[in-house]
Design a protein around this ligand. Structure first.
Ligand SMILES: Nc1ncnc2c1ncn2[C@@H]1O[C@H](COP(=O)(O)OP(=O)(O)OP(=O)(O)O)[C@@H](O)[C@H]1O
Ligand SMILES: [Mg+2]
Length: 302
């Protein structure tokens, strides 16, 4: 795929700009606050339909304007395309491919970003590493986002019930119903996360060794409250998840919280057998995230 050109209208500090890209390498040089990062954000937005810097889409619209328009002109083996996104202050979004309305921005091209904010991935809370996994897996497996959204919806309902902290026949029956749904969506997420981490491990270590002159080995481990193995089938994961939820029932009622599942897990990253979250230096954090991001690119290429 070659992204040939993008046109920005009222996007961040750009009123109107047209940028033409080389197929191989592009370098943006400029003074502070000229819009280099905003340009990268625009490309990322066109790939996934979301910013990597904010969830508040109105922040991306140029001040005093009520919408932005981004257009990408690109070529794939299938032909030439123009992808256009219009985003309004009221949250409405319109996507067009070659002038025809389209509802999914994600199908056309993919982007992997490495930015200063990504350094939080190593030292930050587990939720940041889960977000990393979820965002990248989402680009690759369209069904992932459907399962993730449903999982969190069920989780909210289930937690509401647990917060009542009542342990009787009725609660037990209701929990049974939520458990089935939680396990159904949760197991899909767990399986995909295990698969993706298993895939990324090789390339991430290979890249990391290259970046560090073979001085460091990078190792990835999916750390879950459930005892999962990479070769577990989705059916096996469902059985394990169901069984463990059953065992945790009393504790969950006591805490008023769902204690097991993909929402509690973490991606553990080790450099030379040491947990990076605790021990990595600033430079190591940077190379570690870069290795991870480049390995995601390898996965996308596959
Ligand atoms: N919604 C917006 N409307 C108008 N301007 C905005 C908006 N959001 C951000 N900006 C401005 O865009 C400018 C350029 O930001 P950007 O982060 O792209 O700079 P940069 O070229 O990457 O600079 P640096 O080299 O310092 O990182 C900033 O001064 C910021 O105030
Ligand atoms: Mg910048």
């Amino acid at each position: 795929m070659h992204l040939k050109k993008i046109v920005l209208n009222n996007f961040r500090n750009y009123c109107r700009a047209e940028v033409i890209f080389d197929p191989d390498l592009n370098i943006f040089i400029g003074d502070n606050a000229q819009g280099k990062t905003n340009l990268l954000e625009a490309i990322y937005y066109l790939a996934g339909g979301r910013s990597y810097r904010t969830n508040q889409e109105k922040e991306i619209i140029h001040w005093d304007q009520d919408s932005f328009i981004l257009s990408a002109f690109f070529e794939t083996i299938k032909g030439s395309y123009k992808l256009q996104v219009v985003n309004y202050l009221n949250g409405k979004k319109k996507v067009k491919i070659n002038g025809i309305d389209y509802n999914n921005i994600k199908d056309y091209f993919k982007a992997v970003i490495f930015s200063p904010d990504d350094l939080n991935l190593v030292k930050g809370a587990p939720s940041q590493r889960r977000d990393f996994l979820d965002i990248e897996i989402n680009q690759i497996f369209p069904l992932y986002s459907y399962n993730l959204q449903n999982f969190y919806k069920i989780l909210r309902h289930r937690n509401k019930l647990l917060k009542l902290r009542v342990d009787n026949k009725k609660t037990e029956q209701s929990l049974q119903v939520w458990n089935e749904q939680l396990v159904k969506y949760g197991s899909f997420i767990l399986k995909k996360r295990l698969e993706v981490i298993n895939y990324l491990s090789g390339p991430a270590n290979f890249i990391h060794r290259r970046l560090t002159d073979n001085r460091e080995n990078l190792f990835l481990l999916y750390s879950s409250g459930l005892d999962l193995k990479i070769d577990h089938t989705i059916e096996e994961i469902k059985d394990i998840y169901t069984e463990e939820l059953e065992k945790k029932r009393e504790e969950e009622i006591r805490y008023g919280l769902t204690l097991l599942g993909p929402h509690r897990d973490d991606l553990k990253i080790f450099i030379n057998n040491q947990l990076t979250r605790k021990y990595a230096s600033q430079g190591q954090q940077r190379t570690c995230v870069l290795s991870l991001k480049l390995s995601v690119m390898e996965l996308i290429k596959e």
